[in-house]
Design a protein around this ligand. Structure first.
Ligand code: PEP
Ligand code: MN
Length: 347
C-alpha cells in the first residue's frame, strides 16, 4: 500500500503517521518525501483508518473493501421474491411513490405484475423534503403492502427511515429501501445490516461514488450481503430534469463493485415523458434493473405525480427492457405463476 502525504511534515506529524502504520502491523519505507510505502498484511478497514489521519492525502493500492469486485470476480446476485438482480438477470421494480389506499395499491400491483415487474415498491414512511408534505400512511400502508403481496405474489420493498422502525418494517418488507436522504445515516445502515433482509440502497443526491459504496460497506460489514445499489440521479446545475441520472457511474460501478446496481429514472427525470428514455439508458449502461413509479391517475397522487408513468407505459417500457436485456446477454426475471409465489418470500 502507498500513502501520499501532505508535505512538509513536522517531526510530530511524521512520528504520528509512522506510529499508526506500526499499530496496524505495517513496516514502512519512504520512497519519496511525500510517498510512504507500507508492507504487511493489508486489511480493508485500514484504508479508512489511514485516510482519517491528518497528513494522509491519498491511500493507494489498499486492500479491497467488501463491496469491491476482485479482478475478474463474478456478480453478486440478490434475490427478492421472484426478482433477481445481477448476473444474467434484470428485474423491474415498480409501484406508486406512496401507498395511498388499498384498492389503488392493488390496482397498481396487478398492473406491475402484468407488465412483467417482479417487485412491488410503495412508500409507507416517506422522507419528504418538507415536513408539511404527505409523509405516508405509516403502519397502515405496511398492512396494505402485505395484502397486495398476498393478492399478486409480488414481493414488496418499502423505505425504512428510522433505525427504531427496522423491526416493524422488516416484519412485512421483503426488502428495505434506504432512500437518498438516508444514505449517510450510519445508524440506520448498521441496523439494516444486522438483518439478512435485502437492502435497496439509493445513492445520496450529492454523494460521490466512493461515498455511495462506503454506505453499502456499512451494511455489508454488519453482516448483510444482500445489497442492491440504486442510482437515482445527482444534483446538477440544470433544472430541465429533477436530477441528473449518472449513467457514467452505473457503467463505472459494473467493474468497481460486484454488487448489483439498478437505475431509478423516475426520481432522476422528475417528469414522466423522460422516464422511458432514461430507463433504457440505465439498462444500456449496465444496470440490472429499473425502479419506476407508476400511477393510473397521476393527478390524484399525493407525491411525485409528475414523474409517474401509466400502467400502459410501464407495459411498453417492460418490453423495451426485455429487449435490451436480451441484447446485452441477459434476461428479464419474470413473475412466476401466482400459485407458486403467494406468501412472503423467504429470501
Ligand atoms: C422514493 O423512492 O420515493 C424517494 C423518495 O426517492 P429518493 O430517496 O431517491 O429521493
Ligand atoms: Mn417518489
Amino acid at each position: 500500500m502507498l500513502l501520499r502525504l501532505r508535505v512538509p511534515l513536522s517531526t510530530l506529524e511524521k512520528d504520528s503517521i509512522l506510529k499508526l502504520c506500526k499499530e496496524l502491523g505495517y513496516s514502512t519505507r519512504f520512497v519519496a518525501e511525500a510517498l510512504l510505502e507500507l508492507e504487511g498484511p493489508s486489511r480493508p478497514e485500514h484504508r479508512s483508518r489511514l485516510e482519517d489521519h491528518a497528513v494522509v492525502l491519498e491511500v493507494m493500492a489498499a486492500a479491497a473493501e467488501l463491496s469491491a469486485r476482485p479482478p475478474g470476480g463474478p456478480d453478486t446476485v440478490v434475490a427478492i421474491g421472484d426478482a433477481r438482480f445481477g448476473g444474467e438477470f434484470v428485474s423491474i421494480v415498480s409501484g406508486p411513490c406512496a401507498v395511498e389506499d388499498g384498492e389503488r395499491l392493488l390496482e397498481i400491483a396487478r398492473a406491475v405484475r402484468d407488465a412483467g415487474g417482479t417487485l412491488l415498491r410503495g412508500g409507507a414512511f416517506k422522507p419528504r423534503t418538507s415536513p408539511y408534505s404527505f409523509r405516508g400512511l405509516g403502519r397502515e400502508a405496511l398492512e396494505l403492502l402485505a395484502r397486495a403481496r398476498e393478492e399478486t405474489g409480488l414481493a414488496v420493498v418499502t423505505e425504512v427511515l428510522d433505525p427504531r422502525d427496522v423491526e416493524e418494517v422488516g416484519a412485512v418488507a421483503d426488502a428495505f429501501q434506504i432512500g437518498s436522504r438516508s444514505m449517510g445515516n450510519a445508524a440506520l445502515l448498521s441496523e439494516v445490516g444486522r438483518t439478512k433482509t435485502p437492502v435497496l440502497l439509493k445513492r445520496g443526491m450529492a454523494a460521490t461514488v466512493r461515498e455511495f459504496l462506503l454506505a453499502a460497506e456499512y451494511v455489508l460489514s454488519a453482516g448483510n450481503p444482500n445489497v442492491v445499489l440504486c442510482e437515482r440521479g445527482v444534483r446538477s446545475f440544470d433544472s430541465v430534469t429533477r436530477n441528473l441520472l449518472d449513467v457514467g457511474a452505473i457503467a463505472h460501478m459494473r467493474s468497481a463493485t460486484h454488487l448489483p446496481i439498478i437505475a431509478d429514472p423516475s426520481h432522476a427525470a422528475g417528469r414522466s415523458d423522460l422516464v422511458a428514455p432514461l430507463a433504457r439508458a440505465g439498462i444500456a449502461a449496465g444496470a440490472c434493473g429499473i425502479l419506476v413509479e407508476v400511477h393510473p391517475a397521476p393527478h390524484e397522487a399525493r407525491s411525485d405525480g409528475a414523474q409517474a408513468i401509466s400502467p400502459r407505459e410501464l407495459h411498453a417500457l417492460a418490453d423495451e427492457v426485455r429487449a435490451l436485456a436480451d441484447l446485452t446477454g441477459r434476461r428479464l426475471a419474470e413473475p412466476a405463476q401466482p400459485a407458486l409465489t403467494s406468501g412472503r418470500s423467504d429470501s
